[in-house]
Every structure is written in C-alpha cells, then in structure tokens.
Design a protein around this ligand. Structure first.
Ligand code: UDX
Length: 454
C-alpha cells in the first residue's frame, strides 16, 4: 500500500480529523499540538470536541500504530518516527499546518499561529519536504509562507479543507473534491496522491486559486443562506411558504436542495470569518464586492429580525417591551451536532434579547453535564445566559420558548409538559424544526420563519 510519513501540526477539529483520516487511509501520521494536557488526553483516546466518529477513529488508528501524538510543533515530531535521524530534523515527508486563523483586526485573518510554526520549523525540515496549508488563509499566503521558510528545497502547497463541523470525518472520507494548489506540479501531485484511495475529483491548480477557492465556496454558501433568509421574510409578507418555495427551487439541479433551510442567520467558525476575510481580500484588490457585503449585512439584520419576531409573538405588538420577560432558549450552539459556540447566531440573538431587558435561561443538549464524566462538567452559563440541564426547566415560567439550534431531539420533546410549565404558550421556532400540528395539539402557538401560519 502507498504510505507516506505525515505530520499534522495543530489538533483542532480540522487537524485531528485530517490526522485520524489520513491514518485510516494507511499513512503513518503524527499529530503535534502545543497544549500538553490536550496531547495527554488524546493519547488516552479522549477527544475534547464533539465530532461523530472521530473519537472511535482516533482510538482505532492509535491501536493500529498508525497515529500518535506529540507535544510541540517540531522536535517531538521527529521523535515519533522510528528511524529518524535524531538530529532534530523533521522526518515527515509531508507536514500539514492545521492552525487557527481567527478573524483579526478589521476582519483580516490573523496568521500569527501559522507564521510562528513556520518560523520554528524552517531549519528542521528535511530537504524535499512538502509543507501543506490546510487553514483558511488570505490569497497569497502560500507565497508568503515560502518566503518566510526561505528554503528552495521545500515546497509549499495549499490544500483547503471543506469539512463541516458535525460531519467532519464523513466529509473527509467522502469529499466532493480535493483541491491542491502549488506552483510546483510535482509537490501538488505528491499531496494529491495522499487522497488517491478516496477516488474524488481532484483539482490541481496554482496556490492562489486554491486559496481563493475556499473563500469562494464558503462565501457562496453564506450568500445562498442570506438569500433564503431574505426569501423567508418575503414569504411572510406575501403569504407564501418558504418550505414549499425552497423545495421547488431545490429540484433545479443548478440550485440543489442543500443549504436552503432558513434560520437565525449563519454562524460558526468559518462562514463569518471567511466572508469578512474575502471582503478584505477584495478591498485590498480595490474591488467593491457589493454582493458579499449585502450577504453579511442581511445576516446581521437577521438577528434583529428574530428579536422583533419574539417581541411581536410575546407582546402582540411590534414595539412591545421585553423587559423582565422570561424566555427559554432551546439550543445555543451555532448548529446541531456540535458543541461549538463560536460565532453562534443563538448567542448573538441572546445578547440582543438581554439588551432588550429579557430574562433568559438556556438549554442545549451539547452543554449538559454528564454525571461522572470529568471531561463533561456542568456548564452553568454561557455569555451571561444561565443554563439548565433539562428542557422543561427552560420552559418553567417562560413567556416564550425560542428554538435557536436545530437539535432533532427538540422535535420529540414532551410538548404537552413543556406547555404546562410555561406562563404563556408561545414557541418561536427560528429553524422551522418543530411540527406545527404537534405544537397546536399541545396548546402552543408556534411562529416559524416564512411559514404560512407565521
Ligand atoms: C462550513 C462549510 O460548510 C465547510 O465546507 C467549511 O469547511 C467550514 O465552514 P461549518 O462551519 O461546520 O462548515 O457549518 P455549516 O454546516 O456549513 O453551517 C454554517 C451555518 O449555516 C450554521 O450556522 C448553520 O446553522 C447555518 N445553516 C446551514 C443554515 O442556517 N441553513 C442551512 O440550510 C444550512
């Protein structure tokens, strides 16, 4: 079997998924992280992030001897490879950088983590190594990384990931496409060969196009969602139903059914960051990207629109007061299937509701304590929203429940009991998740987005 020695620097959800999945494809992988405690936990098979299948895959690949973990970005990496020179040279043939690139000042991607690792590794890389950037970085970063490395014998490749949180392992092993960008064809082919067993269409291109492709994909998805959220609002005004409209347009293969659910706005660790970063790229290139700006503005406005909807549902008036109105929030993560709260629209909406004077209490299935599990302690508040361990506690005395994350378990809650605990039987369902008939039977008035009954 074709096997490569691969190092992955950074064990976040992208790095850990990449490491475990490459190991499952038969490669010899070592993952490095500067967080000693995290490395210790990973060695014990404890995966901190909620990602279906990842924990099992890590345990399986560690037992198979194909995956190991070391502290640090560099020296430890060579230790993990048998037969390494021991001189401190990095023995991996291919080094993946899977580092955080958070939104810095003015929306510009903050590349300090990437730069620090490049600085630290430049002397240690063996001749012929390929450095692969998987993080989402501004166009031109591969070139800049090559300059920083200043090593003619080391190629820098851009190989963006398209993993969704909550299905990262599945997405890695069943990719729609593999994108590899490099100005040296030989290095690009070596990286593409790592994925050969997946049989996915592979786009070999230059580094700048690969870097731009990641933004182009995520910004297109954000645009699609802003369009759907705007369309849901229009549906309410003209008495149409967004579910029927999106089903109808989704059958058009040029549009597709995916990514057409209206919601409280898009969030998470990628879409908000990448839309702002691409605007910066456009600004720097002196290009007025109006469509992208409108995509972001529509999303910001969506949060206020949800607050207005709650206000109207609870008080019966567009200008009614939410002061001291108790609201139960169902779901705080940015989407279902993850415990990630980064740039969660639920939290942004919670902040606006608090500003409007509401008393909030939240419940999220990913944030409840697991008795006896020290790795899942009780989270008692998130950004000022007190949390409860049970959805009926969130309903207790509430004047409305607001569904903010599309956790499937919310569909099958005991809605009669929920209604019985509430002060006012109102549910604002920002994900159009719940069955309106079930709510009606429980004596609740439901308000969705762009639905006929809204
Ligand atoms: C995204 C991209 O999908 C992925 O390819 C990239 O690698 C990283 O960014 P992720 O951030 O995990 O993945 O979330 P995603 O599933 O794309 O959802 C993004 C946001 O859009 C979430 O807030 C989600 O709730 C929202 N969303 C998604 C909707 O509101 N409606 C939909 O139909 C789909």
């Amino acid at each position: 079997m074709f096997t490569r020695r691969v190092a992955v620097v950074g064990t976040g959800y992208v790095g850990l998924t990449t490491g475990a999945c490459l190991a499952s494809l038969g490669h010899q992988v070592v993952c490095a992280d500067i967080d000693t405690a995290k490395v210790e936990r990973l060695r014990r098979g404890v995966v901190d992030i909620v990602e279906p299948g990842l924990s099992d895959l890590v345990t399986e690949q560690v037992s198979a001897g194909r995956l190991s973990f070391v502290v640090g970005a560099t020296a430890g990496v060579s230790e993990a490879f048998p037969g390494s020179s021991g001189s401190g040279d990095l023995d991996a043939e291919i080094v993946f950088l899977c580092l955080p690139t958070p939104m810095g000042v003015g929306g510009v991607a903050d590349l300090r983590a990437v730069e620090a690792v490049v600085e630290e590794t430049r002397e240690l890389l063996a001749a012929g190594t390929v450095v692969v950037n998987k993080s989402t970085v501004p166009v031109g970063t591969a070139g800049r990384t090559a300059e920083l490395l200043d090593r003619a014998d080391v190629a820098v490749v851009s190989n963006p990931e398209f993993l969704r949180e909550g299905s990262a392992v599945h997405d890695f092993l069943n990719p729609d496409r593999i994108v590899v960008g490099c100005d040296t064809a030989e290095a690009a082919e070596r990286v593409a060969a790592l994925y050969a067993r997946l049989g996915a269409p592979t786009v070999l291109t230059d580094a700048a196009s690969a870097e731009l492709m990641k933004y182009a994909a995520n910004c297109f998805l954000a645009m699609k969602l802003s369009y759907v959220n705007a369309m849901a609002e229009l549906c309410e005004r003209v008495g149409a139903d967004i579910g029927d409209v999106t089903e109808g347009i989704g059958y058009d293969r040029r549009i597709g059914q995916a990514f057409l659910s209206p919601g409280p706005g898009w969030g998470g660790s990628c879409l908000p960051k990448d839309t702002h970063a691409l605007l910066q790229v456009a600004d720097a290139a002196d290009f007025e990207f109006r469509l992208l700006r409108a995509t972001i503005d529509t999303n910001t406005r969506q949060r206020q629109r949800i607050v207005d909807k709650v206000r109207h549902a609870v008080t019966g008036r567009r200008t009614g007061s939410l002061t001291r109105v108790r609201l139960g929030l169902l779901g705080l993560t940015f989407k279902a299937g993850t415990d990630d709260l980064r740039d969660s629209p639920a939290l942004a909406i919670a902040a606006l509701l608090r500003q409007a004077g509401a008393d909030l209490v939240g419940y999220d299935p990913a944030l409840v304590a697991e008795p006896g599990n020290p790795d899942r302690p009780l989270v008692d508040e998130v950004e000022g929203v007190p949390l409860v361990n049970d959805p009926t506690e969130a309903a207790q005395g509430a004047e409305a429940l607001v569904v903010l994350t599309e956790w499937p378990v919310f569909r099958t809650l005991d809605w009669v009991a929920m209604a019985g605990a509430m002060k006012q039987p109102i549910v604002v369902d920002t994900r159009n998740l719940l069955d309106p008939a079930t709510l009606r039977r429980a004596g609740l008035t439901g308000y969705g987005l762009g639905r006929r009954e809204a």
